[in-house]
Design a protein around this ligand. Structure first.
Ligand SMILES: [Zn+2]
Length: 382
């Protein structure tokens, strides 16, 4: 986590960045207020603001039935007053009372707050609905999407003295694997016409200590005018060598605990202020969903879920962002696979497919140019 002094004091409400109708939000030119001021509480985009909000224990919730109606989705109880399914042509989401975990389009997703059962109805927190669910269920719901991405910044995790996670038995270092996957991914994206910037292109640290290193990575992305940011890592749980699978992360949504601190038994790590990257939560959510889908679909790895963390490398970004932990280097089976160039190419291709799916979704959401007025033939004068 970055010290408070490094945090951006000039925070733009995400609503402004995402719903300025006259100028669709772009990471290239984020809107910023002229002077520092208190950070306003999250506002709801116009369409979502129509949803009635109720408070339970001081937290704002929305009814899943009313949310489904707003999105034009059907609901049905998989188990009365316990498990509710929302569905439409695009897919379905399955919610269970008292659980943070939901299944969305067949993928695992962890909400910041558990689903609540009250008076025979299920509720999700307003922040979860607006920032984690709405764009995943219906990308058009916010009305004004960011412009189609052109500049993509890839962040190979670790480097220099920081090896990242290591599988010493197999002689694997995370910093080497992340750079290799990022360089492969760069080529794949450049072929598709994107401008791609790497936060590091060789074996180096970007600062004398971790906070500076993280800050520099975000600075490179912001200076490059990144339209999206993908940080590449590999997972490890030593001394556990059994755990395997794929996790993806976005920055923790404002006023929520990260997944690591989700249990009430853990210290509460909720942050008092939103981070700059929180302005893009709904689009980071969509990017995460599509990258997660492609990586798991391609590698056939165990789905360990879409999660959040207070990642210092994501905090200061001016664009949607996701961090990918495709496999575990502490699991010899997955480590043996990732030791091969073919498997690392497969990881790069899967992430590229996820990015492309995100770009295609945004392209489909762009407002259509007004039709040219019909030119009527000159009337013939008698
Ligand atoms: Zn890492």
């Amino acid at each position: 986590m970055l010290p408070a002094a490094l945090r951006c004091a000039l925070l733009t409400p995400w609503l402004l960045a995402l719903s300025a109708a006259a100028e669709p939000a772009s990471c290239v030119a984020p809107l910023r207020p002229a002077a520092a001021g208190p950070v306003p509480a999250a506002s709801s985009p116009a369409r979502l603001a129509a949803l009635p909000v109720v408070r339970f224990a001081g937290v704002e919730y929305v009814s899943l039935r009313e949310a489904a109606a707003l999105l034009g989705m059907k609901t049905s109880w998989a188990e009365k007053e316990r498990r509710l399914t929302l569905l439409d042509q695009a897919g379905k989401a399955e919610f269970e009372a008292d659980s943070r975990e939901i299944s969305l389009h067949g993928l695992r997703l962890f909400l910041g707050k558990a689903v609540l059962l009250r008076n025979g109805a299920l509720y999700v927190s307003r922040i979860d609905f607006e920032r984690a669910l709405a764009t995943r269920l219906q990308p058009a719901v916010l009305g004004a999407p960011p412009s189609r991405p052109r500049v993509i910044v890839l962040d190979p995790g670790h480097g220099g003295n920081d090896n990242g996670m290591e599988n010493k038995r197999l002689g694997l270092k995370e910093k080497v694997l992340t750079l290799d996957v990022a360089q492969r991914l760069k080529k794949l994206l450049e072929v598709r016409g994107y401008r791609v910037v790497l936060t590091r292109n060789d074996d180096r640290q970007l600062g004398p200590d971790k906070p500076t290193d993280f800050k520099k990575r975000a600075e490179i992305a912001n200076r490059a005018g990144a339209d999206l940011f993908v940080s590449i890592h590999f997972n490890s749980l030593y001394p556990d060598t059994k755990t395997s699978g794929t996790e993806t992360y976005t920055f923790t949504r404002e006023f929520q605990r990260s997944d690591r601190a989700a249990s009430p038994l853990e210290p509460d790590d909720t942050e008092r202020e939103p981070a700059p990257v929180n302005r893009f939560d709904p689009w980071s959510a969509l990017l995460q969903q599509l990258v997660h889908r492609e990586v798991i679909g391609s590698l056939k790895t165990l789905d360990r879920g879409q999660k959040t963390m207070h990642s210092a490398v994501l905090r200061e970004l001016d664009c949607p962002a996701v961090l990918v932990e495709s496999v575990f280097v502490s699991n010899d089976g997955e480590a043996n696979r990732v030791a091969t160039a073919g498997y690392r190419q497969q990881i790069a291709e899967a992430i590229a497919a996820g990015i492309q799916a995100y770009a295609d979704t945004l392209a489909a959401l762009q407002p259509k140019p007004p039709a040219a007025p019909a030119v009527s033939p000159p009337s013939s004068q008698p």
